[in-house]
Design a protein around this ligand. Structure first.
Ligand code: ADP
Length: 368
């Protein structure tokens, strides 16, 4: 059995709302797991059931092979960091860090050593005598993380810990938390709605929607092998482009552009979808502008340029073709201008196909 096992976990709130459905997950010791999904999809509810702050309506939760459903939060050996830092406003940073240990009756000299050690790891040594209101958002969040790590628990639970920080602080704290995880080796479950945080921090990501797990996998898996349209659209920025089409004689039929499916799909797939609607997907960053005739194997699409956003390292080009809007990410030196027509190529191996009805991925030749 894995270190943490969630088996058929469900949460039905007292008002009857079914917030989490049949959640199954095995977490190995030391893993950094991220729950990601839009607001309201059940991430916090699941985390709170793991913490022991919400009861589990149905299913079983094991910590290190021992059933933990009925254990209180303290017994579970978890430390939790919340979105609101939950610091004591009238206590100094030192006292905020020391508080939990003082309650446990730990000796003063041990407390002092652990506070100093924690402050050093988190760069808070110069701020120990300050009150929370005399700190920046990032420093307050570090104190909140410090209060969790000072307890030397085996499991960290973090609920949107960076959402009150500005964009720059978020990037800094993101790498600090990842580094801290590497140093402490504590099993960590981290909740966020931000796919960039999930992609950059996780060993494995759990994508959730409407209380259901959609996919569990490494960032690489989820990006390159999404199982359905939700995961494909959620992971990646800007999101994957989706184009609705009908399959006719093995071709995807658009008005001006014909897409011959044989290059990407096997005959049995073509037969199965003949006459049906499917969704053609490609990521903004996979396209190449067609300059002259130099194009690798792939589909060529002619489009009209509606808007161009120069971001520095790349340019987002908003285009329209055959009545569909898409975003292309191109090299700023090869960027087309607004109002022009433009031809781009989509390599065959970058094409994703989805069943329009079930939204599930259809097997293609590059499907792993
Ligand atoms: P997330 O963390 O993904 O934003 P939550 O786990 O907080 O989502 O909430 C999942 C769903 O459960 C939401 O629709 C939310 O409104 C609902 N919910 C959360 N807490 C309660 C509660 N105490 N009673 C009833 N419904 C709740």
């Amino acid at each position: 059995m894995a270190y943490l096992t969630l088996r058929g976990i469900n949460k039905i709130y007292p008002n009857g709302f079914h917030a989490v459905h049949d959640f199954n997950l095995e977490i190995e010791k030391g893993e950094f797991i991220v729950f990601v999904g839009s607001s309201g999809c059940g991430k916090s509810t699941t985390l709170r059931m793991i913490a022991g702050l919400e009861n589990i309506s149905k299913g079983e939760f094991y910590i290190d092979g021992v059933r933990a459903n009925e254990m209180g939060p303290r017994e579970r050996g978890v430390a939790m960091v919340f979105q609101s830092y939950a610091l004591y406003p009238h206590m100094t940073v030192y006292d905020n860090l020391a508080f939990g240990l003082t309650l446990q009756g730990v000796d003063d000299d041990v407390i002092e050593e652990r506070v100093n050690h924690t402050a050093r790891i988190l760069g808070l040594t110069d701020y120990l005598e300050r009150l929370p209101r005399e700190l920046s958002g990032g420093q307050r969040q570090r104190v909140a993380v410090g209060r969790a790590i000072i307890r030397k628990v085996d499991i960290f639970l973090m609920d949107e810990p960076l959402s009150n920080l500005d964009a720059k602080q978020r990037v800094t704290m993101r790498s600090e938390i990842t580094q801290l995880h590497r140093e402490t080796g504590a099993t960590t479950i981290y909740v966020t709605h931000d796919q960039t945080e999930a992609m950059t921090m996780a060993d494995r990501i759990v994508v959730m929607k409407d209380g259901y797990i959609q996919q569990v996998g490494t960032p690489y898996d989820l990006y390159f092998n999404p199982v359905n349209m939700f995961v494909a659209g959620f992971i990646g920025e800007p999101p994957m482009n989706f184009v609705d089409c009908k399959v006719k004689n093995g071709n995807l039929v658009l008005s001006d552009n014909q897409i011959e499916l044989r290059a990407v799909a096997e005959q049995d797939v073509l037969d199965k979808y003949e006459g049906r609607e499917i969704v053609f997907g490609f990521r903004p960053e996979c396209v190449h502008p067609v300059i002259g005739e130099r194009v690798k194997s792939g589909y060529r699409v002619k489009c009209f340029v509606n808007l161009v956003e120069l971001l520095g390292d790349n340019t987002n080009v908003y285009v329209n073709f055959d009545g569909f809007n898409s975003i292309l990410k191109v090299d700023p030196h090869n960027s087309p201008s607004v109002g022009s027509s433009f031809e781009f190529a989509i390599p065959y191996e970058s094409v994703y196909l989805f069943d329009k009805e079930t939204e599930k991925r259809i097997k293609t030749k590059s499907f792993e």
